[in-house]
Design a protein around this ligand. Structure first.
Ligand code: ZN
Ligand code: ZN
Length: 272
């Protein structure tokens, strides 16, 4: 048996310096250093796995269900260089590589810190993010019916999203993510189109973005604009916010042919 096949069969993978051990966790196959401190949270929809050597070096892979249909772009990690992980477009910057797996509909972040951390490209080369089928949809906010009002009807539950409808209006909450959302109105403008596409719209145009009050008193960023739904023009408004209680980032959108009802966005309940 060739040395590499033997190493794979024994669960020990060739690496530069640190020995890597094959892991299979929450529909992700990867290889991590054989370090003594281990961390593991969540499930296939939202989770992370990490290893620490106890002397300041760490490797961590985190993932979240992500409804956005497009690959990551430079706006997701300004200053990064483009690379590939498991066939997906990925961004690499300072020991961090991030990519969106359109097959399992998840966003991944692989991070290394410390002097003994293996080369991140070597770790990335061992990641299999879509080897197994996904069966979970993700952690979407609930809707407070007292805020939403009785006319809204449950619409659909998809991978990483949940929707309600009222006449021609559609309200969609996206699943929570561990990674931080956009930091300011300008970043929110750039982040909006990928979410607009996830809501099923095309030809997004942004009119404006501003800071505002979000659901459950969280500070939020609001972006407004227009797009098309099956060729017909629609107007949309969306919110980005971070829930400090749950340490998760959220995105929500409402659209309709006329001015969308932005209050519907405030019905999202991310915690408590
Ligand atoms: Zn993948
Ligand atoms: Zn919250």
């Amino acid at each position: 048996m060739p040395a590499i096949a033997l190493a794979m069969a024994s669960g020990i993978l060739p690496g530069c310096g640190e020995k890597l051990v094959a892991e299979d966790e929450s529909n992700v196959q990867l290889a991590l250093p054989a370090w003594p401190e281990k961390g593991q949270t969540g499930d296939a929809a939202h989770g992370s796995i990490e290893r620490r050597d106890g002397r300041g070096s760490r490797v961590r892979l985190a993932w979240d269900v992500d409804a956005r249909p497009s690959p990551v772009t430079e706006d997701d990690l300004p200053g990064a260089t483009q690379t590939t992980v498991a066939g997906h477009t990925a961004l690499l910057k300072n020991g961090l590589v991030t990519w969106r797996c359109e097959k399992s509909k998840r966003l991944f972040r692989l991070e290394t810190t410390g002097p003994r951390a293996p080369e991140i490209a070597n770790l990335a080369a061992h990641v299999r993010c879509h080897a197994e089928p996904m069966l979970t949809n993700g952690d979407v906010p609930a809707a407070a019916t007292s805020v939403l009002g009785p006319q809204w009807r449950f619409g659909a539950r998809g991978r990483g999203s949940i929707s309600w409808t009222r006449d021609d209006a559609v309200l969609t909450f996206f699943a929570a993510q561990q990674a931080a959302g956009p930091r300011d109105p300008n970043a929110a403008r750039k982040a909006a189109p990928a979410w607009i596409a996830a809501a099923g719209l095309t030809d997004p145009a942004v009119d404006g973005a501003r800071e505002t009050a979000g659901p459950q008193s969280h500070p939020a960023l609001e972006v407004r604009g227009s797009a098309r739904l099956e060729g017909q023009p629609v107007h949309w408004a969306m919110l980005f916010w971070r829930c400090l209680q749950r340490q998760r980032s959220y995105a929500a959108i409402v659209f309709s042919q006329t001015r969308p009802d932005e209050n519907a966005l405030l019905s999202a309940r991310c915690h408590g």
